[in-house]
Write a protein that binds this ligand. Structure first.
Ligand code: TXA
Ligand code: MG
Length: 318
């Protein structure tokens, strides 16, 4: 599977979507845009197709993947579907929320997707090109972020190509991803909802719909690779909460401050999330240590700070 392939760049029109769906039906891996980041998709029922995702990304171990669906009703056929899940689906799907629920018998999802767990992460993406691809495939698509393992997530087709060219069959190329950070992940067991990863939907918005606070994972046994300490890592060193750049550093700014690149000169967290990974890619290409301005720990700022802390963490060496 490691022989170099030609990676086709596909337009997000009917012909491109048909080609992408045919490649996926043939067991290949195709990158596609979602509202959060680009995903690397394969048929979640086909074990060798899913193994190809791990091979292309160079993932060191089998971490569970999110299954993407065209419609919320399809989730109820794969996982237990309590009223809490239906409620969150009504409010946030299609959109950047992933729910982790117990698998149902006869689900048909291969165990490489779940990494052998008895739960499954499901999400219905809002991006029109993702939705069109899911309808054309008529299959559940396993899709992690479309970046080499441990590196910065891809929010443009160019990022995908830079990381995975020659390792995947195609890229459905449809410009930058509007949200820019990955989905919020909520685990549901019984009536308890736990936030497993901060992401594109603010914690407060979910708590408002639930009418109750989300709990936090207490236990080291929670298998969320998003929780690997070093993740989303640029090649260069990252220094957080920097008021100014030191000699030799490039600066990632936030708010009205001088910086090499600014996430949002007006201090808008939505704009900052959308720019986060693209700016990190650009600064990384400059080959210098990166100083990052403080970002408020509220709303989407929590997801941004989570990704920045991982980018700054000592490297785990994958
Ligand atoms: O926005 C997103 O979620 C993007 C787009 C492509 O949809 N996908 C994404 O996938 O970020 P990935 O593989 O980079 O992250 C998947 C996360 C991991 O942190 C993993 O631990 C968690 O989902 N996950 C998946 N299945 C799980 C399960 N059964 N239990 C707990 N966590 C799970
Ligand atoms: Mg990822």
């Amino acid at each position: 599977m490691n022989t170099a392939r030609i990676t086709q760049i596909l337009a997000p029109d009917a012909a491109g979507i048909q080609t992408a769906a045919a490649l996926i039906a043939a067991g290949q891996q195709v990158a596609f845009p979602t509202e959060t980041v680009y995903g690397l998709g394969a048929d979640a029922r086909n074990a060798s197709a899913v193994a190809g995702i791990y091979a292309a990304k160079g993932r060191p171990s089998f971490n569970p993947l999110i299954v993407h669906l065209a419609r919320a009703e399809q989730a109820a056929a794969l996982v237990d579907w309590p009223e809490t899940a239906a409620l969150l689906a009504r409010h946030f799907w299609p959109g950047p929320l992933t729910m982790v629920l117990p698998l149902k018998d006869g689900h048909g999802i291969c165990s490489l997707v779940t990494a052998g767990l008895d739960t499954l992460a499901v999400r219905v993406p809002a991006h029109p090109t993702a939705a069109a691809l899911l309808r054309a495939c008529d299959a559940p698509l396993a899709a992690p972020s479309a970046n080499p393992s441990g590196r910065i997530s891809a929010t443009t087709p160019e990022h995908v190509r830079a990381g995975l060219d020659g390792r995947i069959a195609g890229i459905l190329a449809d410009g930058p991803c509007p949200v820019g950070v990955e989905s919020t992940i909520v685990g549901i067991t019984g009536t308890t909802c736990t936030q497993l990863r901060a992401g594109g939907i603010a914690r407060g918005a979910i708590e408002e719909v639930l009418g109750a606070p989300l709990t936090d994972p207490t236990d080291a046994s929670i298998t969320a690779p998003g929780q690997l300490t070093s993740h989303y890592a640029p090649g260069a060193a990252v220094r957080l909460n920097a008021e100014t750049a030191r000699a030799g550093e490039v600066m990632l700014g936030f708010g009205p401050k001088e910086a090499t690149l600014n996430l949002s000169p007006t201090g808008d967290l939505t704009e900052a999330a959308a720019n986060l990974f693209a700016h990190l890619h650009l600064l990384d290409a400059m080959g210098k240590p990166i100083a990052v301005a403080p970002i408020p720990e509220q709303g989407l700022g929590r997801a941004i700070n989570d990704r920045l802390r991982r980018a700054a963490a000592p490297r785990t060496g994958d």
